[in-house]
Structures are given as structure tokens and as C-alpha cells.
Ligand binder design. Structure first.
Ligand SMILES: Nc1nc2c(ncn2[C@@H]2O[C@H](COP(=O)(O)OP(=O)(O)OP(=O)(O)O)[C@@H](O)[C@H]2O)c(=O)[nH]1
Ligand SMILES: [Mg+2]
Length: 520
């Protein structure tokens, strides 16, 4: 039984650029988290920084120091996605500024409600105004005036952090299988590839077989470190470094998810897990979620193109409203989520944090609003079991996992994975030499004919369709060459895809270009 008092916890900094996050972490831990030469030259944080903070009561917190620059909010979200509590800085001589508010919105979207405000640079200005502004922005948090330069207020700050951390459950009790969202990947001479991140659930130990999602590459854990010390097993909530055998450093990056190898036959979406254990994440181009907006004005129009941040990954998506607070996010690149995971929604241009929410169905069908669906999503949100598995959809990972009722043979599932991996550049039918499997996948809605000699995965086609519609809405018309460049593909595939969309009556040929036949 993990002792909740000693559950490993991660503290994330937050706050506007130059408000003294890195200086404060250095004053508290002795570690300068600005490691890069460029960070030192420019005097700003660019990347995530890591340290360890010993609290007076003996507890140790993992610390993630984030950059405050408005251009690096994406990095901030990746850093904040695994944290248990925040340390928000507000400079005494500057007060609450745009990224103070935006970082507060990100924390709210991620459900990180515990934390402390440090009003920094108290040697440079009277902290009273910043304290008042901070109390208005984050009324639930204790605020402490500090000076990293003079070392003042640091004891009061660590005492406040200790109070904020007390009783937080952390992730240690989460159970379930290994899930780690990678925030850094690098090589160490003599050791090979190392990936770091916070363990969201499960444990990681030497010899474990793991899978990288969404790529599906396999690897083996050669060694595990927690804060630079080798351990036999790391547990949920800890910041870990995994030394991985069988994967090159160019095959893993921030945004990838390390999971335990599926014990099921297919290793794809929808694997059931033990009752009570957190389900295995699913690779999917669609997510149904319950969303909340930072303010009524922040709510985007239905059909809007937004950025969806999850774990250490961010992708563009269309927001399809399903009624009430529910929406389907149609993703242009896959996410790796499970029910209950938090999402942050940001505007693409100008970038700003709009809100966030919770994944209800990690791998839903493509659907619009309906009364049945609303009832189902409300049930999922309340954590009620699904009444019965629905035929024809891949096993959904709700609160109660449902085994994949696809009825597809392992051979058909293997062909499906091949098509999925090929994306918008599928192989020729002749090369697959699997007419029966393709027919089964067509019947199950997983594969779609592309021209006379190819099949494309339905999700890949959905993703291309979403990008094409976005392009058409932005530019009015799209030529073959434009789509080819947008997809980074060849004329052959762009041509076949456009003909498919003409046949779907989505697009209409006009001279050399295509236009949208219908909107919405
Ligand atoms: N007077 C005074 N200056 C401080 C204090 N803490 C930090 N500074 C100065 O404020 C500037 C920014 O400090 P950083 O710690 O780099 O700020 P940051 O919030 O990490 O900045 P980003 O990571 O780029 O968002 C530096 O020039 C620091 O020397 C303080 O307690 N007093
Ligand atoms: Mg910094």
C-alpha cells in the first residue's frame, strides 16, 4: 500500500516571463535549471528544467521549471501535464501579467488546484499590490513574498509548499499498467537512448517490455533512474529516466507515450485491463470530451480549428459540438489518451488558452449530436458502466473497459495496422495480397477504397479530410500541388485523395482547383 503521506509528488513552476521562477528554484534547490547556452545567453528559460526540492518536514518534491515566454506555452503545458501542485510566481514590481493568467488557465484545465503563489523580487518593490492581484487570480492558494536575491521568505515558502502538498494523493495509488508521457529523449554515451517523464501510472522496472505510442515500436527497459539514482522499480508519480534498448534516439521524442506491451492479441486500441486498474491508453484520431472554457468569450465556435494538448503532445483538431459541455475533437494527428485524462484547448492564432476538459471516450466513432449519445456521455462522465458493448466499434476505454467486439480476424487486424501506419500513403492492394481482409475491413468501416488499386485507413482519410477542409476554408480553393505540399506526399496520392473527396461530394472540381461543395 503506498503511503499517501509519502506519495511522490511533482511541483511545477508557473508564471509570466522574467518573474523569477528559475532564480527561485535555484535559491530553493541550488540547481540552475537553465542549462542550455542559449538560455544563459538570453537570460530566459526555453526548455523544461528539472530539480529536486527537500521540504523541511523531510519530503522531497520533483520540480519542473517551465518557461514563461508567450511563445513557449506549449512547452509549459507539456511540463505542467504531469504535476501535482504548482508554484506560481508573480513579480512584486510587475504584478499579474498575461502569462500569469494563461498559466493559471492551463493549471485549471489540467485540474491542478493545489499550489502556492510566490510574490518574487520583494527586494525590488513593495509586494502588496502583487499579493492582492495574486489573491484575486488564485484565491485558494497561500501567497508568500520572497526575494531569491536576498534569500528572504524562503522558509515561509517551503512551509507553505509543505501544507499544500500534505494530503495530496499523488499518482502512486493509480495502479494499472505503465504509462509515461515522454518529455525528453536523448542519448548517453555507453547507455544509448534515454527517455524521461513522469510516470502517470503503473511501475517501470529493468527488463520490462514496452511499446512506444503512437508508433507502436517495441523496446526493452535496460535501466531505470529516479533523480539520477538507479532503482529497481520506479512507481507512479515519480519522475523517471528510462534507458531503452531497441529504439534509436531519432525514434522517440517529446509527445510519445511509453506503455507496457499489450498482453492481448493485437496490441491495438481497446485492450481490456484488470477491473479497477487504469485502462491502457488508446491511439486515436478522435476523442469525446467534456469541456469547460476559461470564460464565456473563450468558447470557440462549433467547427473551429483548435490545438489540443494532452500529456506532452499537442495536435490540431476540429471541435464538433455534441451538445452541452460535450464535444468530439477530430484530430489531425493522433493522441494517446484514456478516459479520465485531462486536455487543454488552445486557440491556434493568436495563441491563447481557451479551456480544457476531461476525456470521456478515448476512441469514439465519428458522430454528431444525438440524444442517445448525450445520455451515454453523461453516464461516462459520472463514471457509470456502459450498459452493453456496442457492435462495430473498437473497444472503448471508458471507466469500465470493453473488449474489442470487432469480430475481425487477427490477419485483418494486422492489415488494419499496416494501413493505419501508412496514413495517407497506403500500399497497393496487390502488395498486401489480402483481398478477404480488405473486404472485412471495408465492411467494418475501418478501410476505404482509394482509387482502383488501394485502400486507405478510415482514420487516415478522416485526418486528410479535416486538413483539406481547413485548407479550403482558409484559402477558398486548393490545387493538386497545394494538397501534395500540405501533406508532404506525392502527386499520385494527392490525386487519388482528391478524387475520393470529389466522389464523396465534399469537393467540386473547378478548373485546376477544388472548392468546397458544401460547408460544415
Ligand atoms: N531584484 C531581484 N531580481 C530577481 C529576483 N529573482 C530573479 N530576479 C531577476 O529577474 C530576472 C528573471 O529571473 P528568472 O529567474 O530567469 O525568471 P523566469 O521567471 O525563470 O524567466 P523565464 O523562465 O524566462 O520565464 C533575472 O535577471 C533575475 O536576476 C529577486 O528576488 N530579486
Ligand atoms: Mg526561467
Amino acid at each position: 500500500m503506498p503511503d499517501p503521506v509519502l506519495a511522490p509528488l511533482t511541483l511545477g513552476t508557473a508564471g509570466h516571463i522574467d518573474h523569477g521562477k528559475t532564480a527561485l528554484i535555484r535559491a530553493l534547490t541550488g540547481v540552475d535549471t537553465d542549462r542550455l547556452p542559449e538560455e544563459r545567453e538570453r537570460g530566459i528559460s526555453i526548455e523544461l528544467g528539472y530539480a529536486q526540492l527537500a521540504l523541511p518536514g523531510g519530503r522531497r518534491l520533483s520540480v519542473i521549471d517551465v518557461p514563461g515566454h508567450e511563445r513557449f506555452v506549449r512547452t509549459m503545458v507539456a511540463g505542467a501535464s504531469g504535476i501535482d501542485l504548482y508554484l506560481m510566481t508573480v513579480a512584486a514590481d510587475d504584478g499579474v501579467m498575461p502569462q500569469t493568467r494563461e498559466h493559471a488557465a492551463v493549471l485549471a484545465a489540467l485540474g491542478v488546484t493545489a499550489g502556492v503563489v510566490a510574490v518574487t523580487k520583494a527586494d525590488a518593490a513593495d509586494p502588496a499590490r502583487a499579493l492582492a492581484e495574486a489573491a484575486e487570480l488564485l484565491p485558494g492558494a497561500e501567497a508568500v513574498a520572497v526575494s531569491a536575491r536576498r534569500g528572504e521568505g524562503l522558509d515561509a515558502l517551503t512551509a507553505a509548499l509543505e501544507r499544500a502538498a500534505a494530503g495530496l494523493p499523488g499518482r502512486a495509488g493509480a495502479g494499472g499498467a505503465l504509462v509515461l508521457h515522454v518529455d525528453r529523449a536523448f542519448t548517453i554515451r555507453g547507455a544509448g537512448t534515454v527517455a524521461t517523464g513522469t510516470l502517470w501510472s503503473g511501475a517501470a522496472g529493468r527488463g520490462d517490455a514496452v511499446e512506444l505510442l503512437p508508433s507502436g515500436r517495441r523496446a526493452r527497459v535496460r535501466g531505470v533512474q529516479v533523480h539520477d539514482a538507479f532503482v529497481d522499480r520506479a512507481r507512479a508519480g515519480q519522475r523517471v529516466a528510462l534507458n531503452l534498448a531497441g529504439v534509436g534516439v531519432d525514434e522517440i521524442a517529446r509527445g510519445d507515450v511509453v506503455v507496457a506491451v499489450a498482453t492481448g492479441a493485437t496490441g491495438v486500441a481497446g485492450e481490456a485491463s484488470a477491473p479497477g486498474a487504469a485502462a491502457r491508453p488508446v491511439v486515436s484520431y478522435r476523442v469525446d470530451a467534456a469541456l469547460e472554457w476559461a470564460s464565456p468569450e473563450a468558447r470557440p465556435e462549433g467547427g473551429a480549428r483548435v490545438a489540443v494538448h494532452h500529456g506532452t503532445r499537442a495536435v490540431a483538431a476540429r471541435l464538433a459540438e455534441l451538445g452541452g459541455r460535450y464535444a468530439q475533437l477530430r484530430l489531425e494527428r493522433p493522441l494517446v489518451t484514456r478516459a479520465g485524462d485531462r486536455l487543454v484547448i488552445r486557440a491556434l492564432a493568436p495563441p491563447d488558452t481557451l479551456g480544457g476538459g476531461v476525456v470521456l471516450d478515448a476512441s469514439p466513432q465519428r458522430h454528431g449530436p444525438s440524444r442517445d449519445l448525450l445520455a451515454r456521455l453523461a453516464r461516462l462522465e459520472r463514471g457509470e458502466p456502459e450498459p452493453a458493448p456496442q457492435p462495430e466499434r473498437p473497444g472503448s476505454v471508458g471507466t469500465v473497459p470493453v473488449p474489442a467486439p470487432s469480430g475481425l480476424s487477427p490477419a485483418a487486424l494486422a492489415i488494419e495496422e499496416e494501413l493505419r501506419a501508412a496514413g495517407a500513403e497506403p500500399p497497393l492492394d496487390a502488395d498486401l495480397d489480402a483481398p478477404d481482409e480488405l473486404a472485412a475491413l471495408r465492411a467494418a468501416g475501418r478501410a476505404v477504397r482509394l482509387g482502383p488499386a488501394m485502400h486507405v485507413h478510415a482514420d487516415a482519410l478522416d485526418a486528410v479530410r479535416a486538413r483539406l477542409v481547413a485548407l479550403l476554408e482558409a484559402e477558398g480553393e486548393v490545387t493538386l500541388g497545394r494538397l501534395r505540399d500540405e501533406l508532404g506526399t506525392s502527386r499520385k496520392y494527392a490525386q487519388a485523395l482528391l478524387e475520393r473527396f470529389d466522389a464523396e461530394r465534399l469537393t467540386l472540381r473547378r478548373g485546376d482547383a477544388r472548392v468546397l461543395r458544401r460547408r460544415g
